[in-house]
Design a protein around this ligand. Structure first.
Ligand code: ARG
Length: 457
């Protein structure tokens, strides 16, 4: 493979550590696409003949068909996808195949192929997030006014609506989607092809042409940077890590909500697992695994960052590990997304359990304080103090909800409190009252659902 330079074969383990074909065969489409653009350009520039280019184009198309049909034999001796395809091309078309590698190197070739792959994967991941957002919109709309406890510190804070809670994730996934897609747009700016091994090439190549043919905006302006940089993949993995962190938080909620202690939701049979010993169990394994996948994707980012950060310019073989990490991260992300969509689409929410939990913990206490401020012009700090005493009284009397305590008990603490104030202390009234823009009132939730529907068209 290396021509005349070596007399002996590499050690078996040398080949094992060096060969990347098992991983990078996934780049075959991008590799063929890059080679076709390169050969066209070589011919347009008169560096190879039109006849050779025609043979190369046809040969590469046939190889694509072979790979698609599973007829292509990948060989570890040929190290990677680039050499596998080039060797097969020469096998098929002879001499012309040997001219394809004029004015390029595997270094700019792999940077280009991998960049194309990563851009596509990031866009697809973004589209996948849109599908999850749409899946969340279903229950958010159906349960726009269902009441559940809102938590801070996982302690009951104020009642919120289930629609509102689910839409919080729609907002998070929207930012994740935009981040992934803008990362792909940014990567599409500079094309590495034509940087050759590291220093450029003496052939009169047309880098504008190959850049445009591959959908890039312009050729990369520095050949050392072009072959030695992988920040497009780092950015994609960082964006993916953030997105999967949000997925993991939703997964965590599903684990909590489906526990008998919460009892807020029930996963469908399709998305539950049983126990081999405890017949009553319904375990949320998929949600748990999404949490674990999130940790792995974050680690994939950290690993690639670690690979790149100690490399002097330009290319070093360390960079070959970029693909396994990136492919793994995108695969795990896609699977997690599919599982999450499946769970959300088939999950049942338990209205009574959520409402009962929302009413516990004196979750409407703030509503009483707000009434004192609004109606009696009591300063908020003082209202806070009065309400605190009322909560203590309810607790001592064993009354679980403020709205259920007799008016006399309120008036024993502050005689100005009226029946009208007491009536406000239900969880329904509480969520209705939080009608500021972006708030939890069913009216506002429905307004946001309409906004999302407009955006998703
Ligand atoms: N398989 C290699 C990689 O993925 C391709 C580039 C190899 N370049 C080289 N000079 N050995 O990084």
């Amino acid at each position: 493979m290396w021509g005349g330079r070596f007399a002996a074969q590499p050690a078996d383990a040398m080949q094992a550590i060096n060969a990347s074909i098992d991983v990078d065969k996934r780049l075959w489409r991008e590799d063929i696409e890059g080679s076709k653009a390169h050969a066209d350009m070589l011919a347009a520039q008169g560096i190879i003949t039109q006849e050779d280019n025609a043979a190369i184009q046809a040969g590469l198309d046939q190889i694509a068909a072979e790979i698609l049909d599973g007829r292509f034999e990948f060989s570890a001796e040929l190290e990677d996808i680039h050499l596998n395809i080039e060797a097969r091309l020469t096998e098929r078309i002879g001499e012309a195949g040997k001219r394809l590698h004029t004015g390029r190197s595997r270094n700019d070739q792999v940077a280009t192929d991998f960049k194309l792959w990563t851009m596509r994967a990031a866009r697809e991941a973004g589209e996948g997030l849109r599908a999850l957002q749409k899946a969340l919109l279903g229950p958010a709309e159906a349960h726009a006014d269902w009441i559940m406890p809102g938590f801070t510190h996982l302690q009951t804070a104020q009642p919120v609506t289930l629609g509102h809670h689910l839409l919080a994730y729609v907002s998070m996934f929207e930012r994740d989607r935009v981040r992934l897609i803008s990362g792909a747009l940014e990567a599409a700016w500079e094309c590495p092809l034509g940087a050759a091994a590291l220093a450029g090439t003496p052939y009169p190549i047309d880098r504008e042409r190959t850049a445009a043919a591959l959908g890039f905006h312009e050729p990369a302006h520095n050949s050392l940077d072009a072959v030695g940089s992988r920040d497009f993949a780092l950015a994609a993995l960082a964006n993916l890590s953030i997105a999967v962190t949000h997925l993991s938080r939703l997964a965590e909620e599903i684990v909590l909500w489906t526990s008998p202690q919460f009892g807020f939701a029930r996963l469908s049979d399709q998305w539950s697992t049983g126990s081999s010993i405890m017949p009553q169990k319904r375990n949320p394994d998929a949600a748990e695994l999404i949490r674990a996948k999130a940790a792995r994707i974050g680690a994939d980012f950290a690993a690639l960052n670690g690979v790149v950060q100690k490399l002097p310019l330009a290319y070093a073989k360390d960079l070959q590990e970029d693909k396994a990490l990136t492919f793994g991260a995108f695969d795990n992300f896609a699977l997690s997304l599919t599982a999450m969509i499946g769970m959300i689409e088939t999950m049942r929410f338990e209205r009574q359990a959520m409402r009962a939990a929302a009413a516990r913990g004196y979750s409407t206490a703030t509503d009483l304080a707000d009434w004192l401020v609004r109606e009696l012009k009591v300063p908020f700090r003082e209202a806070h103090e009065i309400t605190g005493r009322i909560v203590r009284r309810a607790e001592e009397a064993g009354v679980s909800e403020l709205g259920l305590m007799p008016l006399a008990d309120f008036q024993a603490v502050d005689p100005r409190i009226t029946e009208e104030a007491r009536a406000l202390l239900t969880v329904e009234k509480s969520v209705e009252s939080r009608d500021s823009y972006g708030g939890t009132a069913p009216l506002r939730v429905r307004e946001q659902i309409e906004r999302w529907k407009g955006l998703f068209k």
